[in-house]
Design a protein around this ligand. Sequence first.
Ligand SMILES: O=C[C@H](O)[C@H](O)[C@H](O)COP(=O)(O)O
Length: 224
Amino acid sequence: MDTITQAKKAAGEKAASLVQPGMLVGLGTGSTAYWAIERLGAMVKEGLHIQAVATSVASEKQARELGIPITSFSEIQQLDIDIDGADEISEDFQLIKGGGGSLLREKIVALASRRRVIVADERKYVKTLGKFPLPLEIVPFGWELVFKTLQSLKGVPTLRTREDKPYITDNSNYIIDCAFGTIQNPEQLHQQLKAIPGIVETGLFINLKPTVIIAYENGDVKVV
Ligand SMILES: O=C[C@H](O)[C@H](O)[C@H](O)COP(=O)(O)O
């Protein structure tokens, strides 16, 4: 296992250790949240009772295979803790998410959680957001118009594809990754983007006051 994967594993496992018996848990998506789900699966096998809501079809499949009981928002209203990854974490704990295409469900789950825990390796920690192109979930109808509007806002949009076809999210939408350069005011940009018809959600996760667990390639794990 390379050192970055080891760091992701360390961050994920540290986050899983915050989960207490009886908790309702949000399961994030991506290669770092993956390790938290693996650890929770092992804890469930050892007798931990929890219920979880997953932020993607992939994470739900992983959780079910590990025997983690899955629930939904038709059964519960709030989660105790949400453990998820991020693509960028700024010094003031604003986030870019959605590199794995799950931003919409991730935001719903994050906002339904009393505590949010973000797990990441050290490469994700930045001074200011913006190196990572911002993922936007958009409805397929009229996506070309959204694309042009983003260009008029001085963004550099790219329609995400898979095997030469538009990438389709778990909610049957498309993703546009849009570079805006350094994002000085994430809240303002988020509001501006949400006002464009067709944009369902942005990958800016703002003012969530997360607990951030950063794991370093040298083996250190810091909880901030
Ligand atoms: O849509 C995907 C999520 O926002 C992920 O949590 C994010 O992309 C980080 O993923 P990873 O831990 O694989 O870098």
